[in-house]
Design a protein around this ligand. Structure first.
Ligand SMILES: Cc1ncc(COP(=O)(O)O)c(C=O)c1O
Length: 320
């Protein structure tokens, strides 16, 4: 039995996107609202943290330590989980401290996290130093890896596939933003466990598929082993589209602005500028290219990130 805490509001809703589907003349579109997981403003990391924070507590740790970009959704959810469980939180954020703290960064501080900014090239050493300093002070730090993407964190998304099955939702395709790989590894493991007949397609936010698929396949096997399952899938079992990430991490493109506007204006759903905006831009393009059959059903798994919208300048998102 793997320890798990209750941190998320589950099951998250599955909703139709009929106006967007009609406008694009595309397949039937649904959305799984993991932007509503409920820890702070929610997001995909909360499912992973149910397992990671349970492990931290089982080991008697008193401080969560993690890392990410300055507008990290992961770190914002770590900070909120720490607050909820009465733990300390130290976040090592890679980048310059901005003049104004907004979006996720504002919420990190609001949740009481201590923030250390570091040059991206020093991220790992800075993280280790933070852990060592806490230990030297007599605290018990628990290090959560980048994106919460290890075999334990991935359990959150394996479990999510059972949740989807209980919701009687069987799309032909599940499409979502993928970056550190834990969400995808969990979904793939859950798909195998539940006998899901559809395809699980990650839209890469920042890495080429050739580099990313082997790492995700390894993570699936490790996550399976943690549950006592003997799996040995390989990179060819992992579906990743990396055609939409050439601009680089966090570099907002016109196609992403269009996708964010489409979801907001057709369906009243807010995406984010880094992850779901990029994945949705890819989804829209694939629909326009006729990649999905007209009778197919596509589930866009919304992985959250909405607070990062509030760190974007007004004119970028509105083409002004
Ligand atoms: C909003 C959002 N979507 C998707 C992802 C990617 O998830 P993963 O890192 O598990 O691949 C992240 C990761 O930070 C995220 O914040």
């Amino acid at each position: 039995m793997i320890n798990r805490l209750k941190l998320a509001h589950l099951p998250t809703p599955v909703e139709g996107l009929p106006r967007l589907s009609a406008l694009l003349g595309g397949p039937r579109l649904f959305i799984k609202r993991d932007d509503l997981t409920g820890l702070g403003p929610g997001g995909n990391k909360t499912r992973k943290l149910e397992y990671l924070v349970a492990d931290a507590l089982a080991r008697g740790c008193d401080t969560l330590v993690s890392t990410g970009a300055v507008q990290s959704n992961h770190c914002r959810q770590v900070a909120a989980a720490a607050a909820k469980m009465g733990l300390g939180c130290v976040l090592v954020l890679a980048g310059e401290p901005p003049a104004v703290r907004q979006g996720n960064l504002l919420l990190d501080s609001l949740s009481g996290a201590r923030i250390i900014f570091t040059d991206p090239s020093q991220r790992d050493s800075c993280l280790q130093q933070a852990v060592d300093e806490l230990s030297a002070q007599g605290q018990k730090p628990y290090l959560i890896p980048y994106g919460g993407s290890n075999a334990l964190g991935a359990q959150g998304y394996a479990q999510a596939m059972w949740e989807l099955q209980d919701q009687r939702c069987q799309p032909n395709w599940i499409v979502f933003a993928t970056s550190s790989g834990g969400t995808q590894a969990g979904l793939v493991l859950g798909a195998i466990e539940t006998g899901f007949p559809g395809k699980v397609l990650g839209m890469s936010v920042d890495k080429p598929a050739q580099e990313f698929c082997p790492a995700v396949a390894n993570l699936v096997n490790e996550a399976a082993a943690l549950k006592g399952l003997d799996l040995s899938i390989t990179a060819k079992d992992i579906l990743v589209n990396s055609n939409y990430c050439a601009a680089g991490y966090g570099m907002l493109q016109p196609a992403e602005v269009e996708a964010i506007q489409l979801f907001a204006r057709q369906e009243g759903i807010l995406l984010d500028p880094v992850y779901t905006g990029r994945a949705a831009a890819g989804l829209v393009d694939l629909i326009r290219r006729g990649f999905f059959g007209p009778d197919e059903t596509v589930l866009f798994w919304h992985t959250g990130g909405t607070p990062a919208l509030f760190a974007e300048p007004y004119n970028t998102l509105l083409n002004q």
